[in-house]
Design a protein around this ligand. Sequence first.
Ligand code: APR
Length: 229
Amino acid sequence: MKVVVLTGAGISAESGVPTFRDADGLWEGHHVEDVATPEAYDAQPFVVHRFYDARRKALAAVAPNPAHHALARLEEALGDDLLVVTQNIDDLHERAGSSRVLHMHGELLSAVCRACRSRSRWERDLADLPPCPRCGTPDLRPDVVWFGEIPYEMDRIYLALESADLFVSIGTSGAVYPAAGFVQQAAAYGARTLELNLQVSEVTTLFDETRHGRAGELVPAWVEELLGR
Ligand code: APR
């Protein structure tokens, strides 16, 4: 059975990583358009750098939760028949042991050079304008996909959705496309669809089945069920 899992901020919430769409509309004190658009970066690069530098540093203080670990167990059982597509830029899936993970919105632990376009693993700050490890130009930006930019790996993702038997969406609000449209894509090609979320999302009605609760409880239970344990 081929399974595609889409994860969003909700899977990392119990690890202490804040989600995006809080009730006050702010994202760790910032309006999203002030830190997550190419225009914001052009206008105020240091504000954007400091924001992502702080988030990168904060990764050291968080750890994968039972939902990430359950998906790693599922990969052990299914191998190449499982693909995790994440909108998250944290590295909690990898730290839980998952290796078949596509970061469609980029990664905090990566930087991209605006001069030579190369992507480098990056663990330090960017606000001090370090040189690109490839070409030496001090023009590195966070390797994250901002509003108005095209997500990574879309070809591989659509191919996987076309051959999936089961599509599962975990902890995402369905507010941001193209990820919010994956459920329809998968269903059109014949997959069963399941949503696991704390509450109703913007696309809940498109799923064959929805379960409400915390990812740290719902995901391990679903994985055990799927593995017939
Ligand atoms: N367990 C399960 N679901 C949860 C939990 C939890 N413990 N906590 C929150 N959720 C759910 C919320 O109900 C919500 O539907 O997770 C979802 C989080 O939604 P968002 O904050 O909108 O995050 P996400 O869907 O990942 O955002 C998509 O938007 O800002 C951009 O690029 C950014 O990747 C991000 C994209």
